[in-house]
Design a protein around this ligand. Sequence first.
Ligand SMILES: Nc1nc2c(c(=O)[nH]1)N[C@H]1C(S)=C(S)[C@@H](COP(=O)(O)OP(=O)(O)OC[C@H]3O[C@@H](n4cnc5c(N)ncnc54)[C@H](O)[C@@H]3O)O[C@H]1N2
Ligand code: MOO
Ligand SMILES: [Mg+2]
Length: 441
Amino acid sequence: MCLINWYYKKVEGVRGLTVETRKPIPVKEAIRKVMKFAEIGSNEEVLLPDSYGRYLAEDLIASHDVPPFHKSPYDGFAIRAIDSKEASQLNEIEFKVIDEIGAGFVTTKKVGPFEAVRIMTGAQMPYECDAVVMLELTKEYERDGKKYMSIKRSFRSGDNVSFQGEDTKKGTPLVEKGTRINPGVQALLATFGYEKVRVSKKPLIGIFATGTELLEVNEPLVPGKIRNSNAYMVQGQVIRSGATFRYFGKLNDQLDECFEAIKNALDEVDILITTGGVSVGDYDYLPAIYERLGANVLFNKIGMRPGSVTTVAELNGKLLFGLSGNPSACYVGYELFVRPVVKTMLRSYTPYLQSVDAILEEDFPKPNPFTRFVRGAATFKEGHLVVKTSGLDKSNVVTSLSGANVLIVLPGGTRGFTKGDKVTILLLEEEQGTNTLWAEK
Ligand SMILES: Nc1nc2c(c(=O)[nH]1)N[C@H]1C(S)=C(S)[C@@H](COP(=O)(O)OP(=O)(O)OC[C@H]3O[C@@H](n4cnc5c(N)ncnc54)[C@H](O)[C@@H]3O)O[C@H]1N2
Ligand code: MOO
Ligand SMILES: [Mg+2]
């Protein structure tokens, strides 16, 4: 695919060199373009204890009634309600206690008129009984070596009984495939006997950090160099979104070296992420690498800040995300473009970040033609959701990321924003997601 087809336009630079100008596309259009290549991934089985946070690969349907039998919700006595009909403060009714059952046991006795079975919470109701009297409402005593209890009020049929199927009936669809497994889903899986659970396989995401200036975390600082933070930040984002990663290491800004490494890695992963090298600099080799690979570049400029140079390419259906080298831009690029693809691969029907309104706690006077995604910290104040920046709002900063739990969306082309304005925020730590992109609400 030639450069011209990537919306590239070459113009003459001031020094006679060719400098490329790129045509930005709106963020929502960029997301749509990427999502066209988001396909549901394959499945695997995991042990129930390992299923937390995974995505169900098949619908969970009740395979039996819950509870599977009528049971007592209290520690007390199971009786035939009809026998208590005449009981009152002035008319104490006596029952002969013919058996005692704890949870897990079933009485073998047939309960006759004015007979009761001492029953504990969770035990199966004797067949003939239809009400339970809590221990506190009874008087217990023995006579001639036999056990009795008496009550001073009447009970109706069904009083204090947990009925078979009252929680759910056999055949009821309970949890849809594509749902993230939370502790409640784990309880259901256990209830219905799933020792192993069919879940969506975690997409494997390959990560490269590009940049000759990069040091690894264990290396001391030397002039001109910085430590590679993007690779580790992205690893966390990959895990937070439900995928898994293979870190291929860092690459120098050297075309052949980068090309070979990226080409070889592609076959081993479902998605490939690179950070850095996507802009127009002399050593920004990703555009040339996509061309050499014969990849179809979906876009290389987006009307957003940070992350305007985020580039996404596709090769035989596989997505290559060229995230910006600037840490904040890289972070935003992952959340807006990679995350929904991962969620779709996991079968989630709600792949997008959940968006809600919040009250801005500070001014953003500077107008910007592009939509801004400001890293923010949202909290509740007097019952209202309020938000402020989590640090310096610049593409190249790393410090604003640690305190960010939301992205504040400030649409482009506006006059700026002031304290007290209502703004949309995208929730980064919220797991449920939504099927509606905030920009299309
Ligand atoms: N003449 C122009 N210059 C730039 C433009 C432009 O349109 N015209 N775009 C700017 C924007 S916007 C961004 S964002 C950056 C994008 O740069 P690249 O994606 O090409 O990334 P690099 O050049 O490799 O690095 C940028 C910056 O980020 C630091 N970096 C890179 N990798 C890491 C890492 N793994 N961990 C921490 N920090 C990293 C790198 O040292 C640079 O400071 O381009 C602008 N320029
Ligand atoms: O890609 Mo940049 O982040 O707009 O500064
Ligand atoms: Mg660059």
